[in-house]
Structures are given as C-alpha cells and as structure tokens.
Design a protein around this ligand. Structure first.
Ligand SMILES: [Zn+2]
Length: 394
C-alpha cells in the first residue's frame, strides 16, 4: 500500500474536529505523516463521504468466550450469568479457537485497533500472534479464598509470562504485547490475593469488573443476596467475602497503592459517593482511574445502563468496551456508542468518539502509538457514516 492523502466531510482526530479543509497524509505503513490544508496537498487526494476517525480502542473484552455467542440467556442478572458461564463446558478446543480467530477478524473489520482482553488461559496466544489488533492482556485472577492464594498467583503469573514472551508474526518489529495480572471482581478475589496483585502490578495497568450488579454491593454491605446462591452453585458452603458495610468498590479500591492505572469495568451501579471516594483514593495514592462502559452487555445481563451523567460531571476518564460474545450480539464499538447516544441524547458524537479513541489508548498505555491522528502515530484510519457504520481505510 502506498502512502495516502485522505479527505472527508469531517475529520475527528481522536480529541476534536479538525478544520474542514484538512487533508490527512499517511505513509505506506499507515503512520500519520502530516495534516495540511487541501490547497497545499497537491494531487491524488482520496475523497470520502462521512467522518475520518482513528481506529477504535476496545478497552474490555473476553476473546476466550467468543464461542458462547447465542448460548446464553438474557436478563438473568449477574450471579445467574456467571453460573451459566461456568456451566458452559464441553466445547471442542478447535471450535473455541475458531471462534476466537473469527472474532479477531470481525473486530478489526469493525474498526477496532487495540483491545484490552481478559485472559483466563493462554489459549488466545496463537490468535493474537497473527492478529492485526494491538493487545493488552489482562490475566484474570480468580482466587476467592486466602488459603492457596500463593499457588493461585503462581499459576496466573506463569500464564502472564507466556503472553509476555509471545511476539506478533505481523508486527515483528514491535515488542510483545503487554500483560499484567488483574483481579476479576471484588466478590471473587480474597484480601490476601488483592494484596498480592497490588504488589505484582506496581506501575502497571489492572482491570476490575466493578459494580456490574446491585447484588455485589448487597453482598459487601449486608452479606446477603443472590451472590450466596452463586457461591453455593460453585461449591462454596460459606460466603467468602467479609462484610464491610461499604460498597464493593469502597471495600477493595484501598488495596491498591502502586501507582497503577485501574480500569473499572461496567460501573452500572456506581454512586456519587463511590466516585468521590475513588477520586480521593486516586489523588492520595497516585492511581489513574478509568471508567469503562460496556452498555450492550449491561442491557443483556442486567437490563440497566451506567450513570453516564454522574461520570461526566467531574470530567472523569470514560472509555468503552464490548465485553464478550457471551453477553453481546457483536463486538462493535460503534454499536456501543450508538446505544449510549440513543439512551443519553445530551451526549455529542465527538464526546463518545473521544472515549472510544484517545481515552481508550490512554487507559491501555498505548497513547504514544494509537488513538489519535498525531504525527508519528499509527492509529489506523476508519470512515464513519451518520449511523457510525464503519469502513476500514487502513
Ligand atoms: Zn467482562
């Protein structure tokens, strides 16, 4: 592919709209070389109807669950959803791998340039080694009891190190994709495991499913609710969580003090008090907190949406994820943005595009390569129409 000169009705550069006469110039590798007025761009300009935008950053998904598309019941609530995921066994490994390869291709075509992926195993390594997407691998720690926490940590650390050693076949000039340990959720990680994860992730990025259901807060505040049935279904006879009388987020965020970037995923039931608490914690501990919204999955599992206006009030870092094909009909960031624009009519298109591009790149630590049309970056270029349908340009 030779370099390109690209012009469209509008250009969103990852942060803002550019002046309407601008032409985006890339080299043969898709690196941004310049952005100049049309009058200075010479000939061979490629013209498009719609909006040119940097490739999307999908901050949260589970590539490994791609084979569960169409196998899950909607509207069960989170504890019921988790029980279903655990019960879905017996898939042929080839089928699981094939579903991951398919999801990877579909996401790239849907304009996704980078993804924060939750990994329970090393099974996605061959898919990622051959992928055009840039990956951040979150090795998900599930460790609900203090007994055996050290062995669990060693198991997950070994998976993390396998990802760290894997080089991409098509991006062989780049270092391997980053990988770090990430606690699954407040209700599935014991106090000692949280302490271990904090020590193992100094200066790194972690991801945490947070306040995806009201049941989670009920468990921490009162030790009651639907999670008790979930624990019984996985063979735990007693509630492994100590009742704190506080929300789940307030109960576990204080475990972190290692300057981590923390991606809180879902936040469907997060309150103003939780947000002020997290703001203070971030200031005191030098943490950087990013709020990831996965609205289609929230509608699928719980039938509710996150408090977008609360998050917007103090200019918090909002980013977007698709979650997995177990809880979504597709892996499309554009579809997530359309859901938000429809549910919250006061949102502007440029706001949500920023969440899906430069904000997402910053959450995953890819801000020097991706997420905006700054000279020297290689963010991918996509074309959006008025309905945010995506055509990939490069
Ligand atoms: Zn998830």
């Amino acid at each position: 592919m030779p370099g390109m000169k690209l012009k469209a009705d509008r250009i969103f550069d990852g942060c803002q709209w550019l002046e309407s006469d601008r032409v985006l110039i890339t080299d043969a590798n898709g690196q941004i070389v310049d952005i100049i007025p049309e009058a200075e761009a010479g000939e061979d300009i490629m013209r498009y109807k719609g909006t040119l935008c940097p490739g999307f950053v999908n901050v949260h998904g589970h590539l490994e669950l791609s084979h569960l598309q169409g196998h899950m019941l909607r509207g069960t609530g989170l504890p019921g959803f988790l029980t279903q995921v655990i019960q879905q066994r017996g898939f042929d490994p080839a089928q699981i791998l094939d579903a991951m390869f398919r999801a990877d291709r579909e996401m790239y075509q849907a304009g996704i340039q980078a993804m924060g992926d939750i990994c329970n195993t090393a099974d996605s390594i061959p898919v990622k080694a051959a992928s055009r997407i840039r990956w951040y691998n979150f090795i998900e720690v599930l460790s609900s009891r203090d007994e055996g926490a050290a062995q669990r940590l060693a198991y997950f650390t070994d998976i993390r190190d396998r990802f760290r050693e894997t080089r991409s076949h098509i991006r062989n000039r780049q270092p391997p994709s980053p990988a770090s340990l990430a606690p699954h959720a407040p209700y599935s990680v014991s106090p000692l495991s949280f302490q271990n994860i904090n020590l193992a992730t100094t200066g790194e990025t972690v991801s945490l499913h947070s306040q995806e259901s009201q049941a989670e807060d009920e468990l921490f505040r009162h030790g009651t609710g639907p999670f008790l049935d979930f624990y019984r279904s996985i063979g735990l006879t007693e509630n492994p969580v100590s009742v704190t009388g506080k929300s789940s987020l307030m109960s576990v965020l204080p475990y972190f003090n290692g300057r981590q970037r923390i991606i809180l995923v879902h936040n469907t039931y997060t309150t103003e008090d939780d947000l002020s608490f997290a703001d203070n914690m971030a200031r005191e501990r030098g943490l950087s907190i990013h709020y990831c919204l996965c609205p289609n999955a929230n509608l699928f599992i719980e039938g509710s949406l996150p408090p977008v206006s609360l998050l917007l009030a103090d200019d918090r870092n909002i980013v977007i994820g698709t979650d997995s094909l177990a809880s979504n009909d597709g892996l499309s960031i554009a579809s997530e943005l359309n859901t938000l624009l429809k549910a919250f009519p006061s949102l502007a298109v440029e706001q949500v595009l920023k969440w899906a591009t430069s904000n997402g790149a910053a959450a995953l630590g890819f801000e020097n390569e991706l997420g905006s049309f700054r000279i020297g970056k290689t963010p991918g270029v996509i074309l959006l129409d008025d309905q945010l349908s995506v055509q990939r340009i490069c």
